[in-house]
Design a protein around this ligand. Structure first.
Ligand SMILES: Cc1cc2nc3c(=O)[nH]c(=O)nc-3n(C[C@H](O)[C@H](O)[C@H](O)COP(=O)(O)O)c2cc1C
Length: 194
């Protein structure tokens, strides 16, 4: 698929792990490098996002939260790279989604195309965590790309010491995933013009 000769699609990407050596952060960086012609992936670091608190929200979103919501609103699509903790979505990721789901009928995530991928040293490659994360987008009314999935299993074998994605098969699958997300996002961009 050709998105176009210009950087026509802006994607906001974030990873649900805060650790420096995170495979999921490394996967997000690889996505940014391998983005197809016509797609630009900006990376948002979730480290400054505080725990969701309705009392704090009632006083106005803290600065990192409003920056996060603005970045989502300005993006054509959102790429979420999630680890799996105890067969579910890690708190870092879920907390960010909870902030971005507010206010319920005018949320930054509302009617936004989203894609989910993830990496784990285990053999299921975040399958359960991704499924659980997908459920949140029923409530936020976001357009989660159904296929393809990208489950980077045995992640410890697929990145080099500097965090570069060294596995050729995973690089190819990641490129295909991003191409598909470009096409998915374009469907909604085009629909908005009509
Ligand atoms: C609290 C906790 C729970 C975990 N649960 C799972 C799990 O259910 N499935 C899995 O594949 N890996 C699990 N792991 C291992 C993570 O996949 C691994 O730590 C991975 O490197 C985390 O992602 P990151 O590299 O992006 O930080 C767990 C790790 C932690 C710290």
């Amino acid at each position: 698929m050709t998105i176009g000769s210009q950087r026509a699609i802006r994607v906001l990407g974030f990873a649900g792990s805060l650790r420096r050596g995170s495979y999921n952060r490394a996967l997000l960086h690889a996505a940014s490098e391998l983005a197809p012609e016509g797609m630009l992936i900006d990376i948002f670091d979730l480290l400054p996002i505080p725990l969701y608190n309705g009392d704090v929200e009632a006083q106005g979103d803290p600065m990192p939260v409003s920056a996060f919501k603005d970045a989502i609103r300005q993006a054509d699509g959102v790429l979420m790279v999630t680890p799996e903790y105890n067969h579910g979505v890690p708190g870092v990721m879920k907390n960010a989604i909870d902030w971005a789901s507010r206010p319920p009928r005018n949320a930054a995530l509302s009617e936004k195309p989203v894609a989910i991928m993830g990496a784990s040293p285990g053999v299921t490659g975040t399958a359960r965590g991704q499924s659980q994360l997908r459920q949140a987008f029923e409530f936020t009314n976001s357009y989660a790309m159904p296929q393809p999935e990208l489950l980077v299993f045995r992640a410890n074998e697929k990145f080099d010491a500097e965090g570069g994605l060294s596995d050729d098969t995973t690089r190819k699958l990641l490129r295909q995933f991003l191409e598909a997300f470009g096409a998915w996002t374009m469907k909604f961009k085009v629909a908005q013009r009509h």
